[in-house]
Design a binder for this molecule. Structure first.
Ligand code: ZN
Length: 393
C-alpha cells in the first residue's frame, strides 16, 4: 500500500522489524486520527493494521508500547489529546481543555494476531489524563511512564514529573502503579516537570532508562537523566546543550557491547517562541534543529558499575575518517558479542544427551529383539501346528 497520511504527534512502537504508528493530528481544525499502520524496515512496505473506527478515541501525543501476554502480542495505546470521542469508556477520564480539545487517560489494546480492539480493565493507581509524556517498555509486559501535561483546574496544561509503571496482567487487564517521588526533595535527585522529552532503555537484568531534553515551565530543561528501574533512582548525566536543548525529538539506543551503548538523537525543535501576528495577538512557534545537530551520537561506557559519557558526535564528527574507522571496529566487536549469545551445551548437557542416545539405541535393539522374538514364536506355533497335523495323520 502507499504510505499513510503523515499525521503529527502519532503514537509509535517497534516490534522486530516493524514500526507501528497510531493516530495523530492532521493539522487542520480539531481533526485527529485513530488508524494503525505499520512499516516493515526490511521490505520497506507499509500495511494498514486496522482502519479508523469509533471504538477508540481519535487522538495524538499519547504513548504506545508493544507487550506480550500468554504468548500473544498487543499494542497498548495510552493517554493523549484529541477530538470529542464517539464512545466514552466509563473507566477513563475525558477532560475538555480551554482550546476545546479533550485530554484523556483512555487505554486501548490491539491484539496483533486477531487485529481486534480490546478495551482493557484497569487496576491499581492509573495515571491522570496526560499528553506529551514518554513511555518505555522495560520487560515483555511492563512499561515506565514519565512526565507530560495533565489538565489544571482551569483547563490548561500543567506539567508533571511523576513516574508510573503499567503492566499487562492478562489479555484484558492493565495494572498501574505510581512510583513515589523523593520524600526529602533536597536529598534525592529527581528531574523537574517536563513534556516533549524522549526516553530509551539500556537493556540489562533490570534496564536503565535514559531521558534527554524536553520543555519545562521555564522553557527548555536542557538536561539528561538515567533511571534505574530496580530501585527507581534517578541520576544526572552531563551532555552538551547541542544534545539536550530540544523537544519532540527521537532517542534510540544500540548495544555495541555489554559495556558500550550508542545513543542516537534525531531531530526535534528548539524552545517555544512567541511571534507577534498583529493586533496584539501572538502565536507560538519553534525552530527546527538544524545541521550539524540534527543527528547526534552519544557513546556511553560502563565504568565501575556506572554509565558515563565517553564521546558526543554531531554530523560533522560522524562523517570523519576516524569515526568511520571506529564504527567498523565496533561493528566487528558487536558481531563478536552477538556470537557469544549462541548457547553452547554444558558438560552435564552433553552427558545427558549421550545417555538419551544410548537409551534410544537400547530401545532400537530391544525392538529388534522383540520382532525376532515374535518371529520365533510364530515359527514355533507353525511348527507345532505342522507337528500336530502330522501326528493326526
Ligand atoms: Zn484532517
Amino acid at each position: 500500500m502507499s504510505p499513510p497520511l503523515g499525521a503529527m504527534g502519532y503514537f509509535c512502537a517497534t516490534r522486530n522489524n516493524d514500526i507501528f504508528f497510531f493516530g495523530g493530528y492532521c493539522g487542520h481544525e480539531i481533526c485527529f486520527h485513530n488508524d494503525v499502520n505499520s512499516f516493515n524496515s526490511l521490505k520497506y512496505e507499509w500495511s494498514n493494521i486496522i482502519p479508523t473506527s469509533d471504538a477508540v478515541m481519535k487522538r495524538s501525543n499519547g504513548g504506545m508500547v508493544c507487550m506480550e501476554s500468554m504468548g500473544t502480542e498487543y499494542l497498548i495505546m495510552t493517554g493523549g489529546i484529541g477530538s470529542i470521542p464517539t464512545t466514552y469508556q466509563s473507566q477513563y477520564q475525558y477532560i475538555q481543555m480551554v482550546n476545546g480539545r479533550i485530554l484523556t487517560n483512555e487505554q486501548n489494546l490491539l491484539n496483533l494476531s486477531t487485529r481486534q480492539w480490546i478495551i482493557p480493565t484497569i487496576s491499581g493507581q492509573c495515571c491522570f489524563p496526560t499528553a506529551e509524556f514518554a513511555i518505555q517498555k522495560i520487560t515483555n509486559d511492563k512499561a515506565v511512564m514519565f512526565g507530560g501535561a495533565v489538565p489544571s483546574d482551569d483547563g490548561r496544561s500543567l506539567l508533571v514529573n511523576t513516574v508510573y509503571t503499567c503492566q499487562l496482567e492478562s489479555d484484558t487487564t492493565i495494572h498501574w502503579e505510581s512510583v513515589k517521588g523523593p520524600v526529602v526533595p533536597a536529598s534525592v535527585q529527581w528531574p523537574v516537570e517536563r513534556r516533549k522529552h524522549a526516553i530509551t532503555s539500556i537493556i540489562g537484568d533490570s534496564p536503565t532508562l535514559v531521558m534527554i531534553g524536553g520543555e519545562g515551565n521555564d522553557g527548555l530543561v536542557n538536561d539528561s537523566w538515567l533511571l534505574n528501574t530496580s530501585q527507581y533512582q534517578w541520576s544526572k548525566i552531563v551532555l552538551p546543550e547541542s544534545v539536550t536543548g530540544r523537544v519532540d525529538h527521537s532517542l534510540s539506543s544500540i548495544m555495541m557491547s555489554p559495556d558500550c551503548i550508542w545513543l542516537v538523537v534525531v531531530g526535534g525543535t528548539g524552545a517555544t517562541e512567541w511571534k507577534d501576528v498583529g493586533r496584539g495577538y501572538k502565536q507560538p512557534f519553534s525552530k527546527r534543529i538544524t545541521d550539524p545537530y540534527i543527528t547526534m551520537l552519544i557513546e556511553l561506557v560502563l565504568r565501575e558499575g556506572e554509565w558515563r559519557v565517553s564521546e558526543v558526535l554531531d554530523s560533522t564528527g560522524l562523517t570523519t575518517e576516524a569515526y568511520q574507522h571506529k564504527y567498523q571496529l565496533l561493528l566487528k566487536n558487536r558481531q563478536w558479542w552477538q556470537d557469544q549469545f549462541i548457547v553452547y551445551p554444558t558438560d552435564r548437557e552433553i552427558k545427558l544427551q549421550n545417555y538419551v542416545e544410548s537409551l534410544q539405541q537400547e530401545l532400537r535393539v530391544s525392538e529388534g529383539n522383540k520382532s525376532s522374538l515374535q518371529e520365533a514364536l510364530l515359527e514355533a506355533s507353525q511348527q507345532e501346528k505342522t507337528s500336530r497335523t502330522s501326528e493326526r495323520n
